[in-house]
Design a protein. Sequence first.
Length: 131
Amino acid sequence: MKLQTATRLGLYATLELAREPERTLSAADLAERFDVSAHHLAKVLRTLATAGLVRAERGATGGYRFVANRRRTTLMDIVALFEPAPGQRPGEPGEGTDIGRALQRVLSEIDEIAEATLRSISLETMLKSRR
């Protein structure tokens, strides 16, 4: 499973904000930490806010804060915001052949294992493993 840049940024930002939920960080602060465009990261943060994982706070000390439950939110919850669902992925060249179908079965199985793993890891678990 190859994750899009937005997905990785969503994971990075969510984990960073979830480390200290009472702390507010601006998109620019987060972008600097991850060495990415603040504009691109702001789009990712809006998606996370729409999903109820983070909250945007206005004002001079504004920014984003983690507001979800670290124990219940899994890595897959974040990945699913940015990646297409398995049945909605575009077809690949060669999938209509015997070899393509056989390879697709193997790749689908790998994706299922990756998704199950991501579903089994909460933000709390990720943050504990950092210490």
